[in-house]
Design a protein around this ligand. Structure first.
Ligand code: GDP
Ligand code: IMO
Ligand code: MG
Length: 428
């Protein structure tokens, strides 16, 4: 009963989608346990590129049942747009299952996301503007609307009324916006109810039974450890728990069922949106990583901030997630760089820190202490075994493995499904 969790180790966009995809034909279920359409997971199959925001990458594998777990916040408009996009490209989405307990993102959540960001001014998070934070806030405040509520019109109306009573006061009196009509919102949801109905079930039961039957379940996390509302660089985080613990909550399976926790980490670091980033580059090297790595957000098109690999973060992520394996992606992007710095520790007010500082203010002042490794010029995108990598590339990977608190089992040398070097099988 293998149950694997795929978790971003940095600030997102490490290549989680590609990792799920390469797990391939032996997988039976791929679950999205957290987040919503703030994610952007890219999969390249035989040169064809697919960009998924709300659906897990498993939807591209014919024998996989894709599942949206209870921990997700679902924007129904985005859901059906994505389904239509995939169907028009020949993918079969009919197996998709959605948890009756997942919450929905309402149009007013997107409005709230935008106005609260504006009110934060210089302290804005740089959210994706998809209403994710406000939808999770309503869930925790117990005024959220769940998928199952769409099938009981009078309950739906009551809940929309409840959610809007306070929100309309805020919108009108604090944010100077127009109030949202209850009926308009109820109609918005109801237009999707019948299309949604056949997809909705108790996904916790579905996955529990699948595991009992010895089937393979992969939880493909959205976002990443450093964006986790508990373990990330709060408040510059998302509003869910993208780390491994969140995956079991968001999929509705018990922690004892997890057999592997796979961390996805880039051979350098990127971040979209605001917040601290100790190894960030502000010179032409940052621009080079951005251009060579194609570092532009899938979701919002924003350029990603780029910097060197941060082993302090990798060790931290290995610890809070309990990683059994690392998948190191985008090693090919470093080709041609003469000397590659890796952050091994921080200096904070004259003191060396080998671990993440406990205080956020300290993290904002952290200066990276670098060790530098010699680079390579050879094209590594065609390598399919560790031995085929140039010696300096091998040594770089071994150094990261030594510094990052977990073995590196797979190495990515290009965006395509085929461009991976497997050192240890993820499914055995
Ligand atoms: P996710 O959000 O973690 O799924 O990652 P994204 O899809 O947002 O960003 C990762 C990007 O890197 C995508 O464009 C992938 O196609 C690409 N990618 C993944 N692995 C590799 C790799 O090993 N090499 C290169 N060059 N690109 C990769
Ligand atoms: P994937 O799954 C990178 C960032 C946003 C912002 C912060 C909060 O593709 O790795 P939100 O809209 O979630 O309230 O924004 O989190 N963010 C991501 N950055 N990759 C993602 O997803 C992200 N999802 C959210 O840029 O800084
Ligand atoms: Mg992404």
């Amino acid at each position: 009963m293998p149950a694997l969790v795929v978790v971003g180790a940095q600030w997102g966009d490490e290549g989680k989608g590609k990792t799920t995809d390469i797990l391939g034909t032996r997988v039976d279920y791929v679950v999205k346990p957290n987040g919503g359409n703030n994610a952007g997971h890219t999969v390249v199959v035989g040169g064809e590129k697919y960009e998924l925001k709300l659906l897990p990458a498993g939807i591209l594998s014919p024998n996989v049942t894709p599942v949206i777990g209870n921990g997700v916040v679902v924007n129904l408009e985005a859901l059906f747009e994505e389904i239509e996009m995939l169907e028009s490209r020949g993918a079969d989405t009919s197996a998709l299952r959605i948890s009756a307990n997942a919450h929905v993102v309402a149009p007013y959540h997107q409005t709230m996301d935008k106005v609260t960001e504006r009110f934060l001014g210089k302290r804005a998070i740089g959210t994706t503007g998809r209403g994710i934070g406000p939808a999770y806030a309503d869930k925790v405040s117990r005024i959220g609307i769940r998928i199952q509520d769409l099938f009981d019109e009078s309950i739906l109306r009551q809940k929309v009324e409840g959610a809007l009573r306070q929100k309309n006061e805020l919108l009108l009196k604090v944010y100077n916006r127009r109030a949202v009509e209850v009926e308009e919102t109820v109609e918005y949801f109801l237009q999707y109810a019948e299309r949604l109905r056949p997809m909705v079930c108790d996904t916790s039961l579905l996955l529990g039974e699948a595991l009992d039957a010895g089937e393979v379940v992969v939880m493909e996390g959205g976002q990443a450890t450093m964006l986790d509302v508990d373990h990330g660089t709060y408040p510059f985080v998302t509003s869910s728990n993208p780390s491994a613990g969140g995956a079991v909550i968001g999929a509705g399976i018990g922690p004892t069922r997890i057999t592997r926790v796979i961390g996805i980490v880039k051979a350098y670091t990127t971040r979209v949106g605001a917040g601290p980033f100790p190894t960030e580059l502000f010179d032409e090297m940052g621009v080079r990583l951005q251009k060579t790595g194609g570092e532009y957000g899938v979701n919002t098109g924003r350029p990603r901030r780029c910097g060197w690999y941060d082993a302090v973060i990798a060790r931290y992520a290995a610890r809070v997630n309990g990683f059994t394996d690392y998948v190191l992606t985008k090693l090919d992007v470093l080709t041609g760089i003469e000397e590659i710095p890796v952050c091994v520790a921080y200096e904070i007010d004259g003191v060396r820190h080998d671990e993440m500082p406990a205080s956020q203010s300290d993290f904002h002042h952290a200066k990276p202490i670098f060790e530098t490794f010699p680079g390579w010029d050879e094209d590594i995108s065609v390598a399919r075994s560790f031995e085929e990598l140039p010696e300096n590339a091998q040594n770089y990977v071994l150094a990261l493995e030594r510094l990052s608190g977990c073995r590196i089992s797979v190495i990515g040398v290009g965006p395509d499904r085929e461009q991976s070097i497997v050192r240890h099988e993820l499914l055995d």
